[in-house]
Design a protein. Structure first.
Length: 323
């Protein structure tokens, strides 16, 4: 199944404290592919995930599954939707009941009304699918390592036979040494089962490894969307360039200062381009570029393969170090 977000907006709070955490976001995830959603902490990535699976209400726009509108809370809370779309979170500890064995947790995830024998067989299949021994079924969450727990969380998501999985920072809490094996498992499962992934991470290298297409998010908006290879070979948006340059590389001293300052207060986003107070090619360095503080570049984003919301995208310097 494909997943499409059309002009999706999500708001938190009311009055002066209201924030639009997700602001007119467009993302297309074709069937069987992975779209990576990357950006600094607080930019709205998890809110996108929570909106897709129905944990927060949608303020505007649409969520489409294979072209079918599932935006209403009722649609996203239906059993049909839950069988089609699952989510795996960053911290499997918080999503697994500490008093329930892994086998029971997997059986519980299965649709009600199944015969006990069928549930047992499916749980055994799932645990094998994620590369854990059958003995893990008798264990409790605290008896497993972080990587094993995350495999269980993946098995539980797979138990209902979904087509689309939203993966939110799934390796961020894991030791670097086991991150790769969990990512490889996800890639193998995608290939074997034809899964569609929305892969969310603040970590650019993880996103690069997993994704066919990357969407870069900044302060609630998508600022650049492009096939992964092109994103790293020819990033167009200064925010993307800043993100790429901020990844530490051995033997590559940083040549150009990346982004200055912190993420602005989302309750009061800057006018014009939201990156303008921090942008290395914007008005703080180039006073002639007033347009950045007066006109919203979101409007010039065209629906092409490589989409960029920047008035000076074509003139944005390439990363100063090879990637
Ligand atoms: P990310 O996943 O990129 O770190 P989030 O989606 O968690 O970002 O947060 C986006 C913005 O929404 C942040 O400004 C955050 O403080 C705010 N936010 C997240 N959850 C809530 C909530 N339940 N109530 C109010 N504001 C929230």
């Amino acid at each position: 199944m494909s997943l499409q977000l059309r002009q999706l907006s999500v708001r938190y709070g009311r009055g002066r404290n209201a924030i639009t955490a997700v602001d007119h976001v467009d993302i297309d995830v074709p069937k069987g592919t992975t779209v990576g959603l990357v950006g600094e902490s607080g930019c709205g990535k998890s809110t996108v995930a929570r909106a897709v699976i129905g944990l927060v209400p949608v303020a505007g726009g649409q969520i489409l599954l294979d072209g079918k509108d599932v935006t209403s809370d009722r649609a996203r809370n239906s059993n049909v939707f839950r069988r089609s779309v699952q989510m795996v979170f960053q911290d499997p500890y918080s999503s697994l009941n500490p008093r329930m064995s892994i086998g029971s947790a997997l059986k519980e995830a299965l649709a009600h009304g199944r015969a006990a024998e069928e549930s047992r067989r499916t749980a055994a299949e799932m645990i094998e699918l994620v590369g854990l021994p059958q003995s893990a079924l008798k264990r409790y969450p605290h008896q497993l390592s972080g990587g094993q727990r995350q495999r269980v969380a993946i098995a539980r998501a797979l138990a209902v036979g979904p087509d689309v999985i939203v993966l939110d920072e799934v390796t961020s809490a894991l030791d670097v040494s086991v991150q790769g094996s969990v990512l490889n498992l996800l890639r193998t499962l995608q290939r074997d089962l034809g899964l569609t992934y929305l892969f969310i991470s603040h970590d650019l290298s993880t996103v690069r490894y997993m994704s066919d297409v990357v969407a870069v998010m900044y302060l609630g908006r998508i600022v650049e969307t492009t096939p992964t290879l092109e994103l790293f070979a020819a990033p167009q948006h200064p925010y993307t360039v800043g993100l790429i340059e901020s990844v530490p590389r051995l033997n590559h001293p940083r040549v150009r200062a990346p982004l200055v300052g912190d993420l602005p207060d989302p309750r009061n986003p800057p006018p014009g381009c939201r990156l303008s107070p921090r942008c290395p090619v914007g008005p703080i360095h180039r006073p002639d570029r007033k347009i950045c503080t007066t006109e919203d570049p979101q409007a010039i984003t065209e629906l092409t393969v490589h989409r960029t919301a920047c008035h000076f995208a074509a003139r944005t310097a390439q990363p100063s170090v090879p990637v």
